[in-house]
Design a protein around this ligand. Structure first.
Ligand code: GLN
Length: 452
């Protein structure tokens, strides 16, 4: 724990942490030492980890990277973090993110952007984004200032930053981990998941995090297997589907080459490669950017200046609401609330929200039929490597395109993993994504272990 606290201090210029908790970390580590000495160790005993600042941690500042949660110290602990502490993990601190997890670059945080520890070798002084929204967690694991970290994935926020920082990012099946105590963005899409340096570590972390929770009605009553046991290294006969709709027009040759390389690796290890079709995949991004803001606009209604954090006074109650929200929410959050409120309004609901829900059902159906001919799908994780902190900032649509390969899994509730798979010509990491059947995370770990 001391070594990691040292690394955390030395890498502060990355801005990966919003809140460091060194005292708490040392107290937890001492308690771990005692349990270890008594032969009473959990599966994560003494392991120092970082937590995305979207998880409520009892008595520890929880900001969601938003000004509106100023000074908020939750009186309760999220289920997933409680599960980790029960297994002996140690909290190093709370990591930076896009405000309310809305973004793909970690540049919308009220606490400033996170810097990717990786450098473009052709322009080493350029600040690159770590991806988002869980950019701080990804950067912390990549910079070795946390052994592992928690993220959340609503549309790719674990898998995309993992790909951009050469870490492993895992998004479990919707319902595998409890969402209780995680600040809600889009409740039907949000899932907790780990960032680690290896696929095996991700399997160990997920086992500790997962499990049914009566406090989250969408958490699944399904047994949590020992995911680590599925890392057999043997993928002989496994059928890997290559969805043709993911061959986007204009896909960069480097990303395409990486994808081909991944296919070769899996084939050489004994997998069978099959072509599959997901005919509605091209509608996933627009459907996501209707469903996610719609749910966000409803979830964020609770930040009214009364119950949490910031309050900016006004002459009337309505003025107080408006002042608080106007000052408390950043531009991207306000944009999402406006889009969400619009698509849910009478007169637009059928045309946008309902249609997006129908598309979502078709996408899930596409996957169900794909599973008749394959066990997993292999795709690139992102359309590009890490980009500059100042790029794409003025163009939200350009930013949304980062999520083109990741949002389908959330719309269909499927598990996915992003595995570091190589470097581009600038020396920047790229990731490959595997998607699997609901609650078949074990097969993802098995194939992911072969890819890394
Ligand atoms: N980039 C996506 C968005 O901005 C996904 C975010 C996430 O998964 N939390 O909505």
């Amino acid at each position: 724990t001391r070594a990691y606290l040292g690394a955390m201090e030395r890498s502060r210029e990355l801005n990966a942490y919003i809140t460091e908790t060194p005292d708490k970390a040392l107290t937890m580590a001492e308690a771990s030492d005692k349990r270890l000495a008594a032969g009473d160790a959990g599966t994560l005993e003494g392991l120092p980890i970082a937590v995305k600042d979207l998880y409520c941690t009892e008595g520890v500042l929880t900001t969601a990277a938003s000004h509106i949660l100023d000074g908020f110290k939750p009186p309760y602990e999220s289920t997933v973090t409680s599960n980790l502490w029960r297994e002996g993990a140690v909290l190093l601190g709370k990591t930076n993110l896009d405000e309310f997890a809305m973004g793909s670059s970690n540049t919308t945080s009220y606490y400033g952007p996170v810097r990717n520890p990786w450098q473009d070798k052709t322009a080493p002084s350029r600040h690159l984004v770590p991806g988002g929204s869980s950019g701080g967690s990804a950067a912390a694991v990549a910079a070795r200032s946390a052994l592992a970290a928690l993220g959340t994935d609503t549309g790719g926020s674990i898998r995309q930053p993992a790909a951009l920082t050469a870490t492993v990012g895992f998004k479990p099946t919707y319902g595998r981990c409890s969402r209780w105590g995680i600040v809600a963005f889009a409740s039907s899409l949000d899932q907790a998941g780990p960032f680690t340096r290896t696929v095996r570590d991700a399997a160990i972390m997920l086992r500790a995090m997962a499990g049914h929770d009566p406090k989250d009605s969408t958490s699944a009553k399904i047994e949590v297997p020992n995911f680590e046991a599925s890392l057999t290294g043997d993928i002989k006969g496994l059928r890997i589907g290559i969805p043709k709709e993911y061959r986007l027009e204009g896909l960069s040759p480097e990303i395409d080459a990486l994808w081909q390389q991944g296919i070769t690796w899996l084939k050489d290890a004994g997998a069978e490669i099959v072509d599959v079709s997901l005919p509605h995949a091209k509608y996933a991004l627009p459907a996501y950017y209707i469903v996610a803001p719609a749910e966000a606009s409803s979830n964020l209604a609770r930040y009214d200046g009364v119950r949490y954090g910031l309050r900016v006074p006004g002459k009337t109650l309505d003025e107080m609401y408006a002042n608080t929200r106007g000052e408390g929410f950043g531009d991207e959050v306000q944009r999402r609330v406006l889009i969400g409120t619009y698509v849910l309004s009478a007169g637009y609901y059928d045309a946008y929200y309902l249609k997006a829900q129908k598309v979502r059902a078709r996408i899930a159906e596409d996957f169900r039929s794909a599973w008749n001919s394959c066990d997993l799908l292999l795709t690139p994780a992102t359309p590009t490597a890490a980009f500059g902190v100042d790029e794409k900032q003025d163009d939200p649509l350009q930013m949304y395109l980062n999520d083109v390969f990741t949002v389908t899994a959330n719309l269909a509730g499927l598990p996915g993993i992003s595995v570091p798979a190589g470097l581009d010509s600038k020396g920047l990491p790229l990731g490959l994504q595997l998607l699997g059947r609901p609650f078949d995370e074990g097969t993802l770990f098995r194939a992911g272990g072969v890819l890394e």
